[in-house]
Design a protein. Structure first.
Length: 132
C-alpha cells in the first residue's frame, strides 16, 4: 500500500482528485446518475487546481468556482486551453448535487466533463512533479 502523503499537501489534494475522477468514470445506471458523475468530475478538477495553488503557496477562498481558482494562478503557470475550458464544470458543483429544475445531463456532456477533469488532473500532476 502506498505511503499516505502529508495531509493538506499538493500530493494529498491530488490523491483526492484521483479518487473523484475514478468515481466520475463509473458507469451510469438506474441508480447512478450522470449528474452525480459530473459532480465528481468537477470535484476532481477543483481539487487538482487547489493542489497547484497550494504548490505555489497561494491562498484560495472556499469556493467551487473553477474560474475564480484559475484566476489566482501566477502568470508563470501556463494554463492549457482544455484546462481553461474546464470552468464549465463549475455548474456541476451545485446544480447537479440536488434535485431541481434543470435539464438532464446527456451522455456527450458527461463524457466531456470527464475529459476535462482528466486534462486538469494531468496538467496539475505535471506542474507539481516538475516543481518538486
Amino acid at each position: 500500500m502506498p505511503e499516505r502523503p502529508e495531509p493538506g499537501s499538493p500530493a494529498d489534494w491530488l490523491r483526492y482528485a484521483r479518487s473523484d475522477l475514478a468515481l466520475a468514470r463509473m458507469s451510469a445506471s438506474a441508480i447512478v446518475l450522470l449528474e452525480t458523475l459530473c459532480y465528481h468530475a468537477q470535484q476532481a478538477a477543483e481539487k487538482s487546481i487547489k493542489a497547484v495553488l497550494i504548490r505555489y503557496e497561494i491562498a484560495f477562498p472556499r469556493t467551487n468556482n473553477l474560474r475564480v481558482l484559475l484566476e489566482l494562478l501566477p502568470a508563470m503557470c501556463p494554463v492549457p486551453e482544455l484546462v481553461a475550458k474546464s470552468v464549465a464544470l463549475t455548474d456541476y458543483a451545485v446544480m447537479s448535487r440536488y434535485p431541481g429544475e434543470y435539464e438532464a445531463v446527456t451522455g456527450d456532456e458527461y463524457r466531456e466533463a470527464v475529459r476535462m477533469a482528466e486534462a486538469v488532473l494531468a496538467w496539475a500532476e505535471r506542474l507539481i512533479q516538475r516543481s518538486s
